[in-house]
Design a protein around this ligand. Structure first.
Ligand code: NAG
Ligand code: NAG
Ligand code: NAG
Ligand code: NAG
Ligand code: NAG
Length: 436
């Protein structure tokens, strides 16, 4: 595989501007908590230039949906947590579809409505109780309007809904949410919609850099860790996290639901106490992830099901609260310059929003991959031992770490570990959601 890939990289390196470049195969989160982002029609040009055709919005922004009319871009749109209670009413759900989906869908592909974000990882049990009814009402409205064949309904979960995550075969949902999760799994099964998780191995590393192998979280060569129950070897944390969810679902009687990653990413910059946040690591994380997607890799427990990922995020978002990393997950600066062109700045063509036919992003990523392949020879990875699992929670971000249990740097949310399992206070949560 490496040899084939090097050949491809070489080909691209020599004549990247004339060779058709493969679809990147990834989705991207188009977050808009910023005051300096380009207009949606320019974003469309940018996405076309890098051949990304799947976009997730945190709302149903009419400006975006209309600017992308007649494009080949397919959208996941979202209903915010603040609108969940409203959506439990079938007539409100129906008007929401009529206002936010129907006017656009004949020209803009909308494939999924994401109802609520990380609701079951919060502490608001009232909100939790609205989740399934809102999903059902939205789904019924789609059925009534004849749209249920093209649009599916789901929600996105934080990995904090797991009580146990390592080894993956021991994955289980937090018992306190099982009364919510079981009927939601039944919903996914009945309507054949995927289970979405937001997964950030970065935080596992940042919170515990002495114990977590950087190579393991960055998909770099390492000896991996074996799940003694299944004998499956995990060479990266993201796959271990996905399989932990798979086994948690299995324990609740479901092996019939697909898992997709609705958010994952790595910040190119962080505060001094955020180990690992760097341009190099962000480029490795997303570059290695992209390579695995191109190889159509599955996880060890589901090797034939290619991973399906929405990378977080398209742009750096300057108005996101919280630590510096929060504002630095973007693949692009708002002016369209790729963040990951490290070392290539001099000869990377400047991105041209209006008429770029050059696949700048693919080009830089492939060069990154090329470097990774050259360093394939030496194995500087550290085996991560399969000790007891701990879940670290940062409101939006959850990380599974083998080894000691230190909860740290959990701003902007406060982790409450006086009880077991730990709970967290989301009253100051920095949300991606923008109410519409
Ligand atoms: C984009 O991806 C599609 C699907 O793989 C491919 O057919 C097309 O040629 C690509 N376009 C460019 C400009 O790379
Ligand atoms: C409830 O949803 C409907 C449909 O989107 C909307 O018109 C209405 O303003 C919402 N009500 C509240 C209180 O948010
Ligand atoms: C795991 O591998 C070991 C050694 O190869 C073998 O003895 C054991 O039976 C295997 N267990 C499973 C569950 O396959
Ligand atoms: C960049 O865009 C301008 C128009 O906005 C166009 O004239 C120019 O040819 C473009 N350059 C490239 C390299 O595509
Ligand atoms: C990986 O495993 C090999 C063979 O057991 C060993 O020699 C090497 O030291 C290991 N590498 C790391 C980084 O643990």
């Amino acid at each position: 595989m490496a040899a084939n890939f090097s050949a491809l990289v070489l080909l691209l390196s020599l004549s990247y501007s004339t060779v058709p470049i493969l679809s990147l195969g990834i989705g991207i989160n188009y977050g808009q908590i910023a005051n300096d982002l380009p207009a949606p029609n320019r974003v469309l040009s940018l996405l076309n230039s890098i051949n990304i055709s799947r976009v997730k919005l945190y709302d149903a922004d009419p400006n975006v949906l209309s600017a992308f009319a007649n494009s080949n871009v397919e959208f996941v749109i979202s209903i915010s947590n603040g609108n969940l209670q409203n959506m439990t009413s079938s007539s409100n759900a129906q008007s929401w579809i009529q206002q936010n989906v129907q006017p656009y869908i004949s020209q803009t592909k909308i494939s999924c409505i994401l109802v609520g974000n990380e609701v079951l990882a919060g502490t608001d049990t009232q909100l939790m109780s609205y989740l399934l009814p809102a999903m059902q009402a939205v789904n019924t409205a789609l059925q009534n309007l004849g749209l249920n064949q093209q649009v599916f309904v789901t929600t996105a979960h934080s990995l904090a809904i797991l009580a146990n995550s390592f080894p993956p075969s021991a994955g289980s949902f937090n018992p306190s949410i099982s009364s919510y999760i079981q009927p939601i799994l039944n919903f996914h099964s009945e309507f054949n919609s995927p289970f979405l998780i937001n997964a950030y191995p970065f935080f596992a590393y940042a919170d515990n850099p002495d114990q977590v192998s950087l190579d393991y979280v960055l998909f770099e060569p390492n000896n991996g860790t074996v799940d003694a129950t299944t004998n499956l070897t995990y060479d990266n944390m993201l796959y271990a996290q996905m399989d932990a969810v798979y086994f948690a679902m299995k324990a609740m009687g479901h092996t019939d639901i697909a898992i997709k990653i609705s958010e994952t990413g790595w910040p190119s910059k962080g505060d001094s106490n955020q180990a690992g946040a760097s341009v190099e690591n962000a480029a490795l994380y997303n570059g290695n992830l992209l390579r695995r997607i191109q190889e159509k890799q599955g996880t060890p427990a589901n090797p034939t099901v290619p991973i399906d990922v929405y990378v977080f995020a398209l742009f750096n978002e300057n108005l996101k609260p919280g630590p510096t990393s929060e504002r630095n997950y973007g693949l692009f600066y708002p002016n369209g310059t790729p963040v990951y062109s490290f070392g290539l700045q001099g000869y990377l063509p400047q991105l041209n929003y209006s008429a770029s036919s050059i696949n700048v992003f693919s080009y830089s990523i492939f060069l990154v991959l090329n470097m990774a392949i050259f360093s394939w020879g030496y194995n500087r990875g550290e085996s991560t031992d399969g000790g007891g699992a701990n879940i670290y929670v940062d409101c939006e971000f959850v990380m599974l770490v083998e080894g000691g249990g230190i909860f740290s740097n959990l701003t902007p949310c406060e982790m409450l570990c006086s009880q077991s399992p730990c709970m967290w206070d989301t009253s100051t949560e920095a949300s991606n959601s923008i109410d519409t």
